[in-house]
Design a protein. Structure first.
Length: 411
């Protein structure tokens, strides 16, 4: 069972799921793989040959039903499944049989699996208050049910935290201490796990699985964008993250930097790393505004692009100014220099791992002057940056391929 999958329109999370499935198949060539994630199984019954069964999280957060019904689902299913984790196993199964069909499918699947793997990503975190508590609970719930049935649970390379509440840390600590493997993809997450009472010997420093994502090229992006083979492309990814006034300031400062890039003769292209309407998280909405703020008419990809095809556009870039961190990973694995805009600690942590911490700007501090001080030297001479990649990236990518052996050990 692969749990906590997201949606394929988020190219980074889709890449993590793609790599996870490949690693599971390498570890267990004759195994049957099921996916429990945030995609409706009736709409997307499979992902790269593995069957999608939906999930408890998807069911309780289903945006197609009214807010009161979602709240009722969370209350009823949370109470029933939470009770099941406390009862003896025979009674727990009786309680779980009362769940709606989609929620029951995931509960049955994780409790009857040989191995549960939580897909890599950055979702084991919380905000203060009730909303943060329920997010942590529903993320951990499938693992709690698996552990009730003595099924080993592996957390693939993941960012953990923050956890502002002692109750949240207590729950995370209880579940992760009982897991077969806990892989953290940066040092900040290691610190967060320690704060939850996870012993150092159980925390494994790992590498984001996105570094192992290398699909075959399927699209001639230069022809698609109408640019010649000699034109320099500079990619830009942006996202909605800040309060309205700060968000507008961030977008306008990016637009100023795009104008400066195009004044050098390079072509800027706005790339939507995420193009889903789930939770309104569609980069194209933000990037259309940025395009309109520009005076120089940048290129923009304004359609939904398959996550495997999207990797190819980063291969064509000479430089990336990336907010979405998996757009940075997609570029770095093609040895494209990147200036990373940090919105969560995974950005600074992984860039520091690669000795690239000097090319990170916190999203709340983005100004054209700060970006241009990093971008202009890379446009003039990327060789020093690429030398750092040459020294550090091959070993990093090799570490990203170590999960299959760890999965075999878990069972």
């Amino acid at each position: 069972m692969v749990i906590n999958a997201y949606v394929r329109e988020n190219a980074g999370d889709a890449a993590l799921l793609s790599v996870c499935l490949r690693h599971v198949r390498e570890a267990f060539p004759d195994g049957e793989i099921l996916i429990a994630g945030m995609e409706d199984a009736a709409v997307h019954p499979t992902f790269e040959g593995a069957r999608n069964i939906g999930s408890i999280r998807r069911y309780v957060a289903d945006g197609t039903v009214s807010l009161p019904r979602r709240l009722l689902r969370k209350a009823v299913i949370g109470a029933a499944s939470g009770l099941a984790t406390l009862l003896p196993r025979p009674l727990a199964r009786v309680v779980l049989r009362t769940l709606p069909a989609e929620a029951r499918r995931e509960a049955d699947a994780v409790m009857s699996a040989d191995l549960v793997v939580s897909n890599g990503g950055g979702y084991v975190l919380a905000r203060p208050g009730l909303d943060g508590h329920q997010n942590v609970f529903f993320v951990l719930l499938p693992a709690m049910l698996a552990q009730k049935a003595n099924v080993p649970v592996v957390w693939a390379p993941e960012s953990f935290g923050p956890f502002p509440s002692g109750l949240q840390r207590k729950l995370v600590g209880r579940v992760l201490r009982r897991s077969a493997a806990v892989l953290a993809r940066e040092n900040v997450s290691v610190t967060e796990l320690r704060s939850c009472g996870i012993p150092d010997q159980q925390i494994e420093r790992a590498v984001d699985s996105g570094f192992a994502f290398a699909p075959e090229k399927r699209t001639d992006w230069r022809a698609r964008l109408g640019v010649g083979p000699a034109d320099r492309l500079v990619g830009i990814t942006a996202r909605r993250w800040l309060a309205p006034a700060a968000q507008e300031r961030y977008e306008r400062e990016l637009a100023r930097t795009i104008d400066a890039v195009q004044a050098t003769g390079a072509r800027a292209v706005l790339i939507p790393q995420v193009s889903t309407d789930y939770l309104g998280d569609d980069d194209r909405i933000v990037e259309r505004r940025i395009r309109d703020y520009c005076t120089s008419g940048p290129l923009m990809i304004d359609e939904v692009v398959d996550y495997r095809d999207l990797k190819g556009i980063y291969d064509e870039c000479s430089l990336l100014i990336g907010t979405r961190f998996h757009s940075v990973i997609f570029s770095l694995t093609s040895y494209v220099p990147c200036v990373a805009i940090e919105y969560e600690h995974k950005t600074g942590g992984i860039m520091a791992d690669l000795r690239l911490g000097d090319w990170v700007v916190p999203i709340a501090e983005v100004t054209h002057d700060k970006l241009w001080a990093l971008v202009e030297p890379l446009l003039k001479d990327p060789a020093p940056y690429r030398a750092i990649l040459d020294a550090n990236l091959p070993g990093y990518i090799a570490r990203a391929e170590s999960l299959p052996a760890r999965l075999r050990e878990a069972v």
